[in-house]
Design a protein around this ligand. Structure first.
Ligand code: ATP
Ligand code: MG
Length: 137
């Protein structure tokens, strides 16, 4: 079964949306197989988003992602990577489809409530970034 890494970003945790976000994934049939709350340092956020290091929003994004607690979870299911991204909706909440997490809760292009891995390679890297083998069911 496929696995993906999802984050509830600081805007989601600070607005008490942890349960609501998990509900979106669970009602779509994705299973939570690992879960933790933590706060990234600026350095850790830079490492996590290293693929974006040349982008103009990198500094602001990594400031934001280290600004408060986040929830990291591993979701499992058929096509979990693509389905998680479908449930999240487009990066910019203004462009996200009705009924998606970002359309429902996202604040702007940066503070868009959730993250989901975008490929099997990034899922493997991102799951290992937050969890050890022992944490995974
Ligand atoms: P994520 O990787 O967080 O799941 P994504 O794959 O939809 O989101 P990416 O292009 O990977 O989008 O961008 C990573 C994150 O960087 C976005 O989720 C958002 O928080 C931020 N971001 C992306 N584009 C912009 C932008 N133009 N301005 C500000 N922040 C942005
Ligand atoms: Mg991405």
């Amino acid at each position: 079964m496929e696995r993906t890494l999802s984050l509830i970003k600081p805007d989601g945790v600070s607005r008490n949306l942890i349960g609501e976000v998990i509900r979106f994934f669970e009602k779509a049939g994705l299973k939570v197989v690992a879960l933790k709350m933590l706060r990234l340092t600026k350095e850790e956020a830079k490492q996590f988003y290293i693929v974006h290091k040349e982008r103009p929003f990198y500094d602001s994004l990594t400031d934001y992602m280290s600004s408060g607690p986040i929830v990291a979870m591993v979701l499992e299911g058929e096509n979990a990577i693509a389905r998680c991204r479908e449930i999240m909706g487009a990066t910019d909440p203004a462009e996200a489809a009705e009924g998606t997490i970002r359309k429902t809760f996202g604040l702007d292009k940066e503070k868009n409530t959730v993250h989901g891995s975008d490929s099997p390679e990034s899922a493997a890297r991102e799951i290992a970034f937050f969890f050890s083998e022992l944490d995974l069911i």
